[in-house]
Design a protein around this ligand. Structure first.
Ligand code: IPM
Ligand code: MG
Length: 371
């Protein structure tokens, strides 16, 4: 088997620390012969800006195009607050999403039983929660043109962002959601603002039409995005797959992450279309959490979302769903044993730092593989 090409982009803040734990697991898999990997590493975000004067170099983007999977840590931090808008750290991430056409962003929100008490909601509302937000990632208001601030004759300014969607963009993300629902519990809820936005109206129509093209075995509901936000904190277990646009998906996935106990727990996969010739799809995996500059460099960040992102890569890009499952079980096992980083700490638990948490997951992973 040819080795899998993996590009690591640790990025800024806690990114390099949590990525360190992923490197450790990849090294273990490689040494054991369980997964042949060739690893390359590059810069993204503020760390790329410091070296190249932009948030990602063309060379790094070219490497990302060629990789079987890109793993990204986090971007951003106060150090780059004054940087020109087009060079801000986030621009590196957005360019990767757009250039690689990673239109489907999968954000699972799973509440590990051991963490149900760390959730802001009551245990019975979140215990056993397992939902998947499918966020459209390359369209909508993030990329629509015009996007500008102009000067008005009266001395004021005018800012415009453009929310725009075409049929094919809605259709392809709807299909991803329906197909995922089929291997889950078979339900999709589509969220938009059809009562206020034309793009919401089209979203609603296209999702409904796509559903009729061979996906009628899946149960489809529509919900206004604001109502869905409310339902997410009222009764989150009513949902299975939620499909929504770029901006609503950004917001709703942050809400969903807090149901699980900590933003430090949520992984994500951003996938492109399947290449009909090779069956491969471009893919980037990243935790949903940001660069957490306040705790960066202290060795206390929670690496579990980054490790769970590696599990998603094993499943969706590296052809190892069994290893992915075992790694997820290792995470759950470590949590059950009471080992916790500060963000998910509860009284009586063993408080550990980033590398101790990574080591605990690796040793549980090894034990599960040997069993
Ligand atoms: C996310 C982040 C990004 C986004 C930022 C860092 C540009 O919040 O992945 O959810 O808004 O998409
Ligand atoms: Mg976000």
């Amino acid at each position: 088997m040819a080795a899998h090409n993996i590009l690591l982009l640790p990025g800024d803040g806690i990114g390099p620390e949590v990525m360190g734990e992923v490197k450790r697991i990849l090294g273990f898999l490689n040494d054991k012969g369980a997964l042949a990997v060739e690893i390359d590493e590059d810069l993204v975000g503020g760390s790329a800006y410091d070296v190249h004067g932009k948030a990602i170099s063309d060379e790094a983007v070219a490497k990302a195009h060629k990789a079987d999977a890109v793993l990204l840590g986090a971007v951003g931090g106060p150090k780059w607050d004054g940087v020109a808008y087009e060079h801000r750290p986030e621009a590196g991430l957005l360019r990767l999403r757009k250039d690689l056409e990673l239109f489907a962003n999968l954000r699972p929100a799973i509440c590990y039983p051991a963490l149900a008490d760390a959730s802001a909601l009551k245990r019975e509302l979140v215990d056993g929660l397992d939902l998947m937000i499918v966020r459209e990632l390359t369209g909508g208001v993030y990329f629509g043109e015009p996007k500008e601030i102009t000067d008005l004759p009266n001395g004021q300014k005018r800012a415009v962002d453009t929310q725009v969607y075409e049929t094919y963009e809605i259709e392809r993300i709807a299909k991803v959601a329906f197909e995922l629902a089929r291997v889950r519990s078979g339900r999709v809820t589509s969220a938009e603002k059809r009562n206020v936005m034309k793009s919401g109206l089209l979203w609603n129509q296209v999702v409904t039409a796509t559903h009729k093209q061979g996906y009628e075995d899946v149960k489809l509901d529509h919900m206004l995005a604001d109502a869905l936000g409310m339902q997410l904190v009222r009764a989150p277990k009513q949902f299975d797959v939620i499909v929504t646009d770029n901006l609503f998906g950004d917001i709703l996935s942050d809400v969903a992450s807090m149901l699980t106990g900590s933003l430090g727990m949520l992984p994500s996969a951003s996938l492109g279309a399947e290449d009909p010739a090779t069956g491969k799809r471009k893919a980037l995996y990243e935790p949903v959490h940001g660069s957490a500059p306040d705790i960066a460099g202290k060795g206390v960040a929670n690496p579990l979302a980054m490790i769970a992102s590696l599990a998603m890569a094993l499943k969706y890009s590296l052809g190892k769903p069994d290893l992915a499952d075992t790694l997820d079980r290792a995470i759950a096992g470590v949590l059950e044993s009471g080992v916790r980083t500060g963000d998910i700490y509860v009284e009586g638990a063993t408080r550990v730092g980033t590398s101790e948490m990574g080591a605990a997951v690796l040793s549980k992973f090894e034990a599960l593989l040997a069993a």
